[in-house]
Design a protein around this ligand. Structure first.
Ligand code: ZN
Length: 74
């Protein structure tokens, strides 16, 4: 068992994304939605496209509210 069930897919104008809600693991990331740092212990979203040629490189870390906003407007 690697992760719980905190993973799902979302379909939108930009295709189908796999989304995972994760807890912070001590690393910091820059959110592409607002260009602010996601704190090392903050719960946040990781999203990527299964059909991307470079799925691992397409993976992005988002603040949860930034992802929700972006997913519906782009
Ligand atoms: Zn953000």
């Amino acid at each position: 068992m690697r992760f719980g069930a905190n993973q799902w897919t979302e379909s939108g104008p930009r295709g189908e994304w796999t989304v995972r809600q994760i807890r912070g693991n001590g690393k910091e990331y820059v959110c592409p939605g607002c260009n602010q740092v996601i704190g090392g212990s903050a719960s946040h979203i990781v999203a990527w496209r299964e059909d991307s040629l470079l799925a691992s490189e397409a993976r992005r870390h988002w603040h949860t509210p930034c992802w929700q906003r972006s997913a519906h407007t782009r």
